[in-house]
Design a protein around this ligand. Structure first.
Ligand code: UDP
Length: 403
């Protein structure tokens, strides 16, 4: 498996992965989250489990099951952790715990290392058997509702370590904390190389003209992704430069606001024939890949963001990118080098024009972006980081670890 990444991932990462794999071979690693499909966590796990197994580590991936009430409660916990005002009553916390208890009876929790993803399965720590338990937080905990966060931390503080995606998201905890940003898989359908025919097929089927520069944003229809701001920027640019705009996103079935936002976006686009709004079915990975490869400039003009995987996806395709300076986007875009960070519609319009008027500069920045992703945001690096943490926890107290 790892050999498939040679020539793509940095050699140092692959070497370290192999060495860590040799040290941890035959040991067992268990990941637990709450869904097999949908969202970045599942997307990464799907690709990471085979890599870990390929290294000889006995890796399993389990999901917790719950009733509708459980997922209502965990959604509220999630929102509160990200700062929305929500109250979680004692009764709700009890249900959260009880469902985890049932899952603890159902699942085999025996493993040398257990990585628990996000708040939903956090109480499983109460049922630990042995091994190192690590809590992996994928969400923004920088400004949570205090009471909710304090209650959750009662569970999290019992783990051996906690992992956050971005330093600013981390909390002051009494256990070891690590920062591990997410990653993309260069070999997945979303990111693998495509032939010109494959790209053309998607562009033709979606009726996107390719005779002019294409601006693209791929995102759920969510106000925090600022699709209306993207259209405003495009409209400013259109006064001076010819181009088309493509907004692509999946229907957000679990998001009651999704349809409303989509309607707002359609209204705002009005009858401009050069704005193409595409509602893609779930699992449109190859089409998204083709759209990204067919685009001239890729935007992620978010107003609030977790990590923003779409930015790494775009940079991996050597595209010039423009991103809102929020969440994990500034980790990926080094302003002026691997892309541009913006704080306003005017800023976005200015940078779009700068790219359109300087194609050679845009090409160079796109190339730099690809190398930046190669060195920092590929799945081999993230797997290496998880194994490093595990290995260091197994050897806690030693000053020097030999590989
Ligand atoms: N995505 C997708 N279909 C869509 C919109 C987004 O598959 O219609 C993918 C996108 O390519 C990326 C992920 O969903 O891999 C979104 O992750 P990101 O971190 O950018 O934002 P989130 O949606 O998690 O806030």
């Amino acid at each position: 498996m790892i050999s498939h990444y040679s020539g793509i991932s940095p050699t140092g990462d692959l070497l370290l992965l192999q060495k860590l794999g040799a040290k941890l071979k035959k040991k067992s690693f268990l990941h637990i989250n709450s869904t097999k499909a949908g969202g970045g966590v599942a997307e990464i796990l799907q690709r990471m489990i085979p890599i870990m197994n390929g290294l000889g580590i006995k890796t399993r991936w389990e999901i917790i099951e719950g009733d509708d009430r459980f997922f209502d409660i965990t959604k509220k916990i999630h929102n509160a952790i990200q700062g929305n005002p929500e109250t979680i009553t004692k009764d709700m916390w009890d249900h959260h715990y009880e469902i985890n208890k049932i899952n603890a009876g159902r699942l085999d929790l025996e493993a040398n290392a257990v990585l628990i993803h996000d708040p939903q399965p956090a109480p499983l720590i109460k049922f630990r058997k042995k091994g190192k338990w690590i809590w992996r937080c994928h969400i923004d905990v920088s400004n949570p509702v205090k009471e909710v966060c304090d209650y959750l931390m009662r569970y999290c503080s019992k783990y051996n370590a906690a992992v956050f995606s971005v330093a600013r998201f981390a909390r002051a905890m009494a256990i070891d904390e690590f920062i591990i940003p997410p990653s993309i898989d260069p070999l997945s359908d979303k990111n693998r190389d495509l032939t010109h025919e494959e790209i053309s097929e998607t562009m033709n089927r979606l009726q996107i003209p390719v005779d002019r520069p294409i601006l693209l944003q791929v995102s759920r229809f969510d106000r925090f992704k600022d699709p209306v701001g993207v259209i405003e920027a495009y409209k400013t640019v259109r006064k001076y430069n010819d181009c088309i705009l493509v907004l692509a996103g999946s229907p957000a079935t679990d998001d009651p606001e999704g349809e409303m936002v989509l309607n707002e976006v359609r209204d705002y686009a009005s009858d401009d024939p050069d704005i193409h709004i595409h509602l893609l079915p779930p699992f449109s990975d190859r089409d998204i890949n083709a759209l990204q490869r067919g685009a001239t400039i890729i935007l992620q003009k978010s107003l609030k963001e977790g990590f923003g995987l779409t930015v790494s996806e775009a940079m991996w395709k050597a595209k010039p990118v423009i991103g809102g300076a929020v969440g994990g986007i500034p980790l990926q875009i080094v302003h002026g080098a691997t892309g541009f960070l913006v704080h306003s519609v005017e800023g976005a319009a200015f940078r779009i024009r700068q790219y359109l008027n300087n194609p050679e500069m845009a090409r160079r920045m796109g190339e730099k972006g690809r190398e930046y992703v190669r060195n920092n945001f590929l799945i081999t690096r993230q797997t290496r980081d998880y194994l490093s943490i595990w290995y260091s926890l197994e050897n806690k107290g030693k000053n020097i670890l030999e590989l």
